[in-house]
Design a protein around this ligand. Structure first.
Ligand SMILES: Cc1cc2nc3c(=O)[nH]c(=O)nc-3n(C[C@H](O)[C@H](O)[C@H](O)COP(=O)(O)OP(=O)(O)OC[C@H]3O[C@@H](n4cnc5c(N)ncnc54)[C@H](O)[C@@H]3O)c2cc1C
Length: 395
């Protein structure tokens, strides 16, 4: 029987393992951590957003880097198939008002339990606390609870994750080992990250306050999502779609009243009687957090109503770029497209494939990350097993 080794028991690795096992290969999954899929389980803490219920072309277009590359993988295993797959593991799913798809139980643990049981039934052997430490000649070297081990499987799938939240396992230690073997890797950067802003002390009492009903813009990216003011800056889903531009130093502009045009707002801002500026802003529809933000970022605010309205509709936020990588939901960068063939096999290392977030694609949150990790894991596993990866998934 041919042997396959999958390194990394996240969603991409487990998907690859399943495909190889179904194709009749003897599969071992080596995982550095004491238990598998820690990031997947962490993702489930705030609601496991598996995918998004939208047509495939719109879905695929949400990958700013890698849409062409991922398109065939998502055509075979996209948003519809992710939902079928979850149901096949006994997890009913629902689509929220924003199109995001979650398991009804919201968390990832029941799905993972069912999946691991299915893999075990297919003969997949999971070795935890097995840390890949690089190459020794043609062999893959591991630190294991029983000491060092060298393996030379017929096929290897690397599914080691990106470079964020390293405490969950994806520490990107593999970058120099693959680079030394000629694999071209784009540098990692934080994606779907909070933003560093040095507030004045006046902002302290607004830490934790949500900015709702705003529009955020950075270069060509725009979002209507919510953000929260924190001691370190701004956080939350509204910022995430803008990370590629903010990473490149683009200015962040917030429209505090996107549903009111500047002329209407200016009329509302014409001061009446002895109203203070704060009172005028409040009466014009701004809550305390928005007023504080405007006063902190554009002090002194213009007194002329037209100029003030323009400022409130295009408030520049002086930021210092995204929060560090270890706090980001995901990372951009990784193994470049031209470093792998159409089956995700490393051109520099025949017989070794790569999948998941360790590849150089990027996506906003909203289920796109997990869907592409699963789809690329499935693709690499099938290609490694010699099975057509483009065959669409069916239960
Ligand atoms: C807080 C948080 C919430 C998230 N929420 C969502 C969400 O709701 N929806 C969504 O789509 N995405 C979400 N994501 C992103 C999503 O979890 C990841 O994109 C996805 O887990 C990537 O899958 P992967 O299999 O490529 O890598 P990972 O899940 O990172 O798995 C890689 C595995 O490889 C192992 N490994 C690494 N190095 C070695 C080594 N040297 N030897 C052996 N094993 C090794 C790691 O321990 C790990 O188990 C979230 C991420 C975070 C951090």
């Amino acid at each position: 029987m041919k042997t396959a080794l999958v390194i990394g028991a996240g969603p991409a690795g487990l998907m690859a393992a399943e495909e190889l096992a179904r194709a009749g290969w003897q599969v071992t999954v080596a995982e550095a951590k004491p238990s598998p899929a820690r990031k997947f389980l962490m993702a489930g803490k705030s609601g496991l957003n598996l995918t998004r219920g939208e047509p495939l072309p719109a879905f695929t277009a949400r990958y700013p880097q890698g849409a062409d590359w991922l398109a065939p993988m998502l055509a075979a295993f996209g948003p519809a198939q992710v939902q079928d797959w979850a149901r096949g593991l006994g997890q009913e799913v629902f689509t929220g008002s924003t199109g995001r798809v979650f398991p009804v139980v919201m968390k990832g643990s029941p799905l993972l339990r069912a999946w691991l049981a299915r893999l075990s039934g297919l003969g997949v052997v999971l070795r935890t606390r097995w840390r890949w430490t690089g190459f020794q000649g043609a062999a893959l070297a591991f630190d294991t609870p029983d000491g060092p081990r060298l393996l030379t499987p017929d096929r290897t799938i690397l599914a080691l994750g990106g470079a964020s939240w390293p405490r969950l396992g994806s520490d990107a230690a593999w970058v120099p080992w693959l680079a030394a073997r000629g694999v071209v890797i784009a540098p990692f950067h934080p994606s779907n990250a909070g933003l560093v802003v040095d507030w004045s002390p006046h902002m302290a009492r607004h830490f934790g306050a949500a900015l709702k009903g705003i529009r955020l813009t950075a270069a060509d990216f725009s979002s209507r999502g919510e953000v929260t003011i924190s001691a370190r800056g701004l956080e939350g889903g509204g910022l995430y779609p803008l990370t590629p531009a903010l990473r490149d130093g683009a200015a962040l502009i917030i429209d505090l009243m996107p549903d009111t045009d500047a002329a209407t707002l200016a009329a509302r801002l014409t001061r009446r009687g002895k109203d203070s500026l704060t009172n005028t802003l409040r009466k014009a529809g701004l809550d305390a957090a928005k007023i504080a933000l405007a006063q902190d970022c554009a002090r002194p605010l213009p007194t002329d109503p037209q100029a003030l309205a323009r400022r409130l509709k295009a408030l520049p936020i002086p930021h210092k770029g995204p929060r560090p990588m270890d706090e980001a939901i995901s990372t951009a960068g990784g193994i470049r497209r031209d470093a792998v063939d159409d089956g995700l096999q490393l051109r520099a290392l025949p017989g070794i494939y790569a999948a998941g977030e360790m590849l150089d694609w990027d996506a906003p949150t909203g289920g796109y990350l997990l869907t592409a990790s699963l789809a690329s894991g499935r693709w690499a596993g099938r290609a490694a097993a010699g099975v057509d990866p483009a065959t669409a998934f069916s239960t």
